[in-house]
Design a protein around this ligand. Structure first.
Ligand code: PMP
Length: 402
């Protein structure tokens, strides 16, 4: 086993002026450097309190302020209407695979799932514990390289909800609106659902990557460890009427939902019915402040971030489009802004690419075990310089090995 020490790392890679390297990990992913610096300081002594954030009571004044600001900043980023609640939960996005059907559908009802990748398939599989679920559309026939059109989604009569995953972290596809000519506009596409069917979305890997209208959803959830902060909390945005659902069980009786698995418990008590993941919430709060600061020249922070993400991903996709060496996984109309997936002509060259890119200070690009190849995750905190360095590396690697 090779032991990685700071000095062996240093000799292996080209560090940035800060001593850090470009981190293309799929999650936990890179965080904004200015956030990390603030976190360092606040771990020792936050807000002049003489106590670090890790040591404060979750009911004390310092954390009251951290939490209030996190809610306020999150809401401000997307102008979230008052009839939506923001919750910080635990158990990862995966726990939502159970909490969604447990809270939002009776055993006798069905719910529709569009399975466009690994996580969407897991959501469907786990929901089966709570009765019937229906696969309303899938992209499995082409190894999840595209996103089904609205016409391909077969809605069940009276589904309790429609579930989809807006960005497929592993396969590198994302839901985009297309223009009349069928070109990608990069705007978020929400599938249409029959009137009154609530839409639930797993936005773990692309929340706040571009402007988002939460009023199209009944509920959105996102593990924090990609675009929102650190691992340890899952953010939920839920419409008030969803909190009032009273699902029934297999025998028709009112379902007893454990107190800490009810969304309303968290809505009633500002996400702290018990000790919440204080540190993870605090980091989300810092990232929300960073997101708000991205607003410039009269454009909203999400407009600026969205445009930057299109430019960033474009640097890499333009290499794929002009290459006979690399092959992208996603169909161009479904390419992700966050997870860019591609392969070299052979698995041996993929391995070589991963080794050499890591040595060049471009870390974490080995594709998921289910797809192979490479995956460059370029979440909001990845600077444009990182994508430029990757595009340059790709061109040079092709020149030497093509
Ligand atoms: N959904 C998506 C889209 C994901 O990318 C992930 C994790 N990468 C999950 C769900 C599962 O998240 P967690 O590990 O927080 O349970």
């Amino acid at each position: 086993m090779t032991t990685i020490t700071p000095s062996s790392l240093k000799s292996a890679v080209t560090p940035l002026a800060s001593g850090r390297i470009f981190n293309f990990s799929a999650g936990p992913g890179c965080l904004p450097e200015e956030v990390l610096k603030q976190v360092q300081a606040d771990c020792f002594n936050i807000a002049g309190s003489g106590i670090g954030i890790l040591e404060h009571s979750h009911r004390g004044k310092v954390f009251d302020k951290v939490l209030a600001e996190a809610f306020e900043d999150f809401r401000a980023i997307s102008n979230l209407p008052k009839n939506y609640q923001v919750l910080f939960l635990t158990g990862g996005a995966t726990t939502q695979n159970y909490m969604v059907p447990l809270n939002l559908k009776s055993y006798s009802e069905t719910a529709d799932y569009v399975t466009t990748g690994y996580w969407a398939e897991k959501a469907l599989e786990h929901a089966k514990v709570y009765g019937t679920v229906t696969e309303a559309a899938t992209s499995k026939d082409k190894n999840h390289s595209y996103i089904p059109s609205d016409a391909q989604i077969k809605h069940s009569p009276k589904a309790a909800y429609l579930h989809y995953c807006s960005n497929n972290t592993i396969f590198g596809t994302e839901w985009h609106e297309l223009d009349a000519a069928g070109n990608n506009t990069w705007r978020h596409r929400v599938p249409t659902a029959p009137a009154g069917v609530p839409i639930v979305c797993d936005m773990s890997s692309d929340i706040y990557a571009r402007p988002i209208d939460f009023t199209k959803f009944a509920m959105v959830y996102a593990g924090a460890q990609k675009n929102l902060g650190a691992a340890g909390t899952t953010l939920v945005v839920i419409r008030d009427d969803m909190l009032e659902k009273k699902p029934t069980d297999k025998d028709g009786s009112a379902r007893e939902i454990p107190w800490l698995l009810q969304y309303r418990t968290f809505a009633k008590d500002e996400s702290r019915p018990n000790t919440p993941p204080v540190f993870a919430i605090y980091i989300c709060g810092q990232v929300f402040k960073w997101i708000r600061k991205q607003a410039e020249g009269g454009r909203s922070c999400l407009d600026v971030i969205g445009e930057r993400n299109i430019r960033k991903a474009g640097l890499v996709y333009s290499v794929l489009d002009s290459s006979k060496f690399y092959k992208g996984h996603a169909h161009p109309t479904a390419r992700s802004l966050m997870n860019l997936t591609f392969k070299c002509p052979t698995p041996e060259l993929d391995d070589k690419f991963c080794k050499e890119s890591t040595a060049a200070g471009l870390d974490g690009m080995k594709g998921h075990r289910s797809t192979g190849g490479m995956r460059a995750s370029v979440y909001n905190a990845m600077p444009e310089a990182g994508c430029k360095a990757l595009a340059d590396f790709m061109r040079e690697f092709e020149r030497k090995n093509g």
